[in-house]
Write a protein of this length. Structure first.
Length: 388
């Protein structure tokens, strides 16, 4: 009788001690006391090596290699890692003490019964539902493009896009667009016009700023009367001053016999620049990355998107560089030397370097010398000019 009372007290004492423990319990019959004990379960990654007694807590041991337990448990052994990845699946998580091996279909595929199959592609006029795009476990869901949107691609990832708002861009609507086609806008040629081309900038920069008055004196008074040279120097960046006056000179001499030869050389230069840039066929994202790599005041994403929609290649790159120059009063030619190209595609980096070398070549300086001859004739009078 005394022995039974003592055992009962020990069991009650054990229960009171483990009550504060957060581990889940399991019921175990203890033959030595003929009592059912509430033993601690083992945590994930372990199994029961020895059940608890009135004197000892449960003894747990780690799962052996290639075995696991993923929950609190009262098992006397761990589960075997039995998952084998199927064809076109890869191991997302290898077997460890707490998890079975986890397999997943490769990108662009999902598990259909026992096989990884490609996600369904949405046809033109249909877009991928954002909340139901394809995952490794589920297929893509397509839906018709609602009014005001379109999809012109066969794709398992493309969503319906909004039609271009021609009116917002300030240009004429040629075609309103439907579920399969974007709206078509009539490009406004004036938007894509460039006030100073890269070729003009490449050789205009050789002209010293203190030659502006000399050059201005060769122009008809009607061309500069409304904006005297002093006013130009006050209102514009130093680099822009020479561009403004030289553009006036260029426009004035456009029809002259002697000026035509100079303009032909410029056109050859500009065609070469356009040919190099035209090969790039840059995406909106790449143009945006290029603009972000420039120093100074940034070109906005809206300006990039508008330029892409309105201008054609290669005018897009040239227009954006022109917008940057106008914002910063900078020197695009020198900019090409220091532009951060590390984030740009390899093809674009090489083109920029080639363009920079070409625009800084001796050919540009020869154009500059030809310009002086056209302005001053055979007597360029360099000795009378202060180069300081």
């Amino acid at each position: 009788m005394y022995r039974m009372i003592s055992c009962t007290l020990l069991v009650l004492l054990h229960i009171s001690i483990v009550k504060g423990n957060s581990a889940p319990k399991y019921s175990h019959y203890d033959p030595s006391t003929s009592m059912y004990l509430q033993c601690d379960q083992c945590p994930p990654g372990m199994y029961i090596k020895q059940d608890c007694t009135t004197e000892k807590n449960t003894e747990c041991a780690p799962c052996p290699s290639n075995h696991y337990s993923d929950t609190w448990n009262s098992n006397t052994e761990c589960y075997f890692c039995n998952v084998v990845c199927k064809e076109l699946q890869y191991i997302k998580q290898e077997c460890n003490g707490t998890h079975n091996r986890l397999c997943e279909c490769a990108a662009g595929l999902y598990l259909d019964l026992e096989f990884c199959v490609p996600h369904k592609e949405c046809h033109p006029g249909y877009g991928v539902v954002q909340e139901a795009k394809g995952t490794p476990e589920s297929d893509t869901v397509c839906r018709p493009c609602p009014e005001g949107t379109f999809s012109d691609a066969t794709s398992a990832t493309a969503r319906c896009q909004r039609h271009t708002d021609c009116k917002k861009l300030g240009i004429k609507v040629v075609y309103q667009g439907d579920s399969e086609h974007n709206a078509l806008c009539q490009p406004d040629g004036s938007f894509c016009e460039i006030d100073i081309t890269l070729c003009e900038e490449a050789f205009f920069r050789f002209v010293p700023n203190n030659w502006l008055t000399v050059i201005a004196q060769t122009l008809p008074s009607t061309m500069i009367s409304s904006q005297p040279i002093d006013g130009v120097q006050e209102k514009l960046y130093p680099q822009e001053q020479k561009f403004h006056v030289l553009k006036l000179w260029k426009d004035h001499n456009r029809e002259s016999e002697s000026g035509k030869f100079l303009f032909q050389d410029l056109q050859v230069c500009e065609k070469r620049v356009s040919k190099q840039i035209g090969r790039l066929n840059m995406t909106t994202s790449q143009l945006w990355t290029l603009m972000q790599s420039l120093p100074g005041k940034k070109i906005s994403k809206g300006e990039v998107e508008t330029t892409v929609k309105v201008c054609r290649q290669p005018d897009q790159v040239l227009k954006l560089l022109n917008l940057w120059r106008n914002k910063n009063g900078g020197d695009t030619i020198n900019l090409l030397k220091v532009i951060k190209t590390s984030r740009l595609p390899k093809m674009l980096r090489r083109t920029i370097k080639k363009l920079e070398r070409f625009l800084n070549s001796d050919a540009m300086y020869r154009l500059y010398q030809k310009l002086l001859l056209e302005i001053f004739g055979s007597q360029t009078q360099p000795a009378k000019v202060d180069y300081k």
